[in-house]
Unconditional design. Structure first.
Lengths: 494, 254
């Protein structure tokens, strides 16, 4: 790798950001931390996005790889060993300077550090650990750090890294054992779950030490719901939850803590990500796996990444496959329903109906199959029931619950409070009246709702094409434009 | 009808509320109106009264809001007062009339038009402050000073100041509000303060515009690289980060 030495910092940043861009989790959320005199940075639990890239995804953290050299040959990955690419590695100092200087200019909220497997997992993890240690101790960085755990790295390194990071994540990559075996021959399912368990036990240990509930905090709305996925899950395994004792490899200094307070261990929790569309799993399998991860491993987030074809391989979809963006969108919608709205995977999908409706969002779809609950009276429905209405979220529901104590609510009030009635109007009554004379029939409502959503869905599926102006309602036509059509629409022939 | 006018400054507005209330005790709340200057088109059959700030009256109003309502209500009033809307002062006044009668539960009375109006005003201010917290960009100037320029609609410097003081307590930085010629200045390890900028200050700052901060180029190339070509979606980008907010953002400057 002689080329690596000749690369400037600018080249390295381009190469390693380009290699990291397919990682999805660019969130800086989950932990509140005040700033300190003498050090740089704080952290905000709601998360702060500092910019939005050309694909509309937020840029919150400096998302780079430590190194894009990799000994593994995962079929889907742009950095696999068999690809001929420019390879580069950041030194810990380079990364620290970049993070600090970017942070001072308010470009970023912190660092997202991942890496290809350079030489072996432990060597790579050690390199990342050194970066974080330098960043926290010498550069006095107090902002957000998200670091990937490399499966196969030594347990001690993993745990020591946890004391420096706010969030850690291990990539699941694929939701089933078989798919993982087919596409990532060097990785194993158990190898991925092991570090996840280690991090989980570290987190529980830390939380018990400071006298908190062993399970991660969830959205406040869950407190008012009777049957969420977090309540019905199996209890965490307390016996494994002990603050980890550590013996480090030679040459690696442990983190020094001052004071009597236990050092925070991954306070923002851990997350993972799965690629969708590269393997034949259906949405039900994906969502069940997600729910299982939340319950069993107490993950804070599960991310989905629509598969973008980068490599040509017989096991993979062909290179002209469009990324399944609408499917990814539906999965995220369902993920929110699990974490904030008290739904279960089994409520939304089943073995008979394993995939999401393309035309309707999961909550609308659920509501149309459960019309016996509707229409709901805004002035009387419980918080839990309000959350089941399509178009009403946590904020709207709590505003309704608060303000209706002071007097009856009408549609005008709802509008001014900022409650969007686009979907909700079909499912609610105020003072016993609906907004319009609407029959509560599945066919009618489906037609209304799909008509309203068609345009939004079409735009998610075809972010780069343009639609010709039309006087007619042709949104429900199924023929989708081909690549040629897209080209024509740009050159004006269409 | 008596119309009380004052400058668009928080202290002046509080004094204005005090004086209007005193007058209303005699002639009734429906016979007074409040507005910030410039008063715009004058109306017939109205008496216009300009009010100058009085620190004692300011204290009295703030104390009463805390006593009869609570801290949250004060935040609501303060943030609404930072809005650019022309009707804000009267909206705050009407809110306080209802609030002092109803007590702290007024904050939940979103049905009342007086309440929802200040609620909307303060939401706009909070949202704008949040977006500038995300999107404002510092640039390294000479003498190790980080400088940011923004042109916000609402007066958000007093909301941004504490947030950035917590974020970068040991840095020298300043945020300049272009629309109001106001600056929040933070010397390292000290409290930040607000200061108006005169013509001379502005010229001096403009003279130092063409600094070459090496990290600008690095950030621009990172920003270009991190977007995935196959998922390109400028509409989504504009939804999340409206063009209006991009005026002073490093990555969109030529």
């Amino acid at each position: 790798m002689n080329t690596a030495n000749q690369l400037t910092l600018q080249d390295k940043l381009t190469v390693l950001a380009d290699a990291a861009k397919y990682d999805v989790a660019c969130t800086s959320s989950g932990v509140d931390r005040r700033g300190q005199k003498g050090s740089l940075g704080n952290s905000c639990a709601a998360g702060i996005c500092h910019s939005f890239a050309s694909d509309g995804r937020c840029i919150s953290l400096l998302k780079v790889l430590q190194s894009n050299e990799c000994i593994y040959d995962c079929k889907y990955c742009p950095n696999r060993a068999s690809n001929d690419k420019v390879r580069a590695t950041f030194t810990p100092e380079e990364l620290c300077t970049l993070t600090i200087e970017f942070y001072k200019r308010n470009y970023i909220e912190g660092l997202f550090l991942s890496s290809g497997v350079c030489k072996n997992p432990t060597y790579t993890m050690e390199l990342m650990y050194r970066t974080l240690l330098l960043l926290r101790t010498s550069y006095h960085f107090n902002g957000y750090v998200h670091v990937k755990a490399i499966p196969g790295a030594s347990r001690e390194l993993l745990l020591q890294t946890g004391y420096l990071a706010d969030r850690m994540s291990v990539n699941m990559e694929l939701p089933t054992r078989e798919s993982l075996k087919a596409l990532a021959p060097n990785k194993s399912f158990s190898g991925i779950l092991k570090p996840m368990e280690q991090i989980q036990s570290g987190i529980t240990g830390y939380r018990l030490q400071i006298g908190k509930d062993p399970r991660m905090e969830r959205s406040f709305s869950n407190r008012y719901l009777s049957n969420t996925i977090f309540q019905s899950g199996p209890a965490p395994r307390l016996e494994t939850a002990a603050p980890p004792s550590v013996s480090l490899p030679a040459g690696v200094q442990p983190v020094h803590h001052t004071g009597n307070k236990p050092a925070p261990f991954v306070p923002a929790g851990q997350s993972t990500q799965m690629i969708i569309g590269a393997t034949p799993e259906n949405d039900f399998q994906l969502l069940t796996a997600t729910q299982h991860l939340y319950q069993q491993y107490d993950l804070k987030r599960v991310f989905f990444s629509a598969y973008v074809p980068l490599n040509e391989d017989s096991c993979l979809p062909s290179l002209d496959t469009a990324p399944p963006l609408l499917r990814e969108h539906r999965l995220y919608q369902a993920d929110w329903l699990l974490r904030y709205y008290g739904f279960h995977a089994e409520d939304l999908l089943s073995i008979e109906k394993p995939n999401f409706n393309i035309l309707l969002d999961p909550k609308c779809d659920w509501a149309l199959r459960h019309l016996e609950f509707f229409p709901m009276e805004i002035n009387r429905a419980s918080y839990e029931d309000l959350l089941k209405i399509p178009g009403i979220g946590m904020k709207s529901a709590s505003r309704i619950v608060q303000s209706r104590r002071q007097g009856m609510l009408d549609f005008e009030h709802l509008k001014r409070m900022g409650i969007v009635l686009k979907r909700a109007k079909y499912f609610i009554t105020c003072k016993g009246r609906m907004m319009y004379r609407i029959p509560i029939q599945e066919d009618f409502l489906t037609r209304q709702l799909t008509g309203e959503d068609a345009r939004a869905n079409w735009e998610i599926e075809h972010p780069q094409t343009y639609r010709q102006l039309s006087l007619f309602d042709d949104m429900n036509l199924t023929a989708s434009p081909t690549v040629e059509d897209a080209a024509k629409s740009i050159s004006g022939q269409f | 009808m008596i119309i009380f006018t004052c400058k668009d400054i928080f202290e002046d507005m509080m004094t204005c509320i005090y004086d209007a209330w005193a007058e209303a005790n005699a002639i009734g709340h429906s016979s007074v109106r409040l507005m910030t200057e410039p008063a715009g088109d004058m109306e017939l059959f109205c008496e216009y009264r300009h009010v100058d700030p009085d620190p004692q009256k300011v204290q009295k109003v703030i104390r009463t809001i805390h006593k009869k309502l609570n801290w949250e209500a004060y935040q609501l009033v303060y943030k609404s007062a930072m809005s650019f809307a022309s009707n804000k002062l009267d909206a705050i006044y009407r809110f306080l009339i209802l609030g002092f009668a109803a007590g702290p539960r007024v904050l939940q009375m979103l049905q009342a038009p007086q309440v929802i109006t200040v609620f909307e005003l303060s939401r706009k201010v909070t949202n704008e402050a949040h977006l500038f917290r995300e999107f404002l960009r510092f640039e390294r100037m000479d003498q190790n000073v980080l400088m940011a320029r923004i042109s916000p609609k609402c007066n958000i410097l007093t909301i941004l100041g504490p947030q950035f003081s917590d974020r970068m307590p040991s840095e020298n930085w300043m945020i300049i509000d272009d629309t109001r010629n106001l600056a929040a200045v933070h010397p390292a390890d000290e409290e930040y303060y607000l200061t108006p900028l005169g013509q001379a200050d502005l010229e001096q700052l403009n003279a130092h515009r063409e600094t070459t901060d090496p990290y600008v180029a690095l950030w621009k190339s990172f920003f270009r690289t991190i977007g995935i070509q196959e998922r390109k979606n400028y509409q989504c980008q504009r939804t999340m980060m409206p063009l209006w907010y991009r005026k002073h953002m490093t990555e969109f400057l030529p």
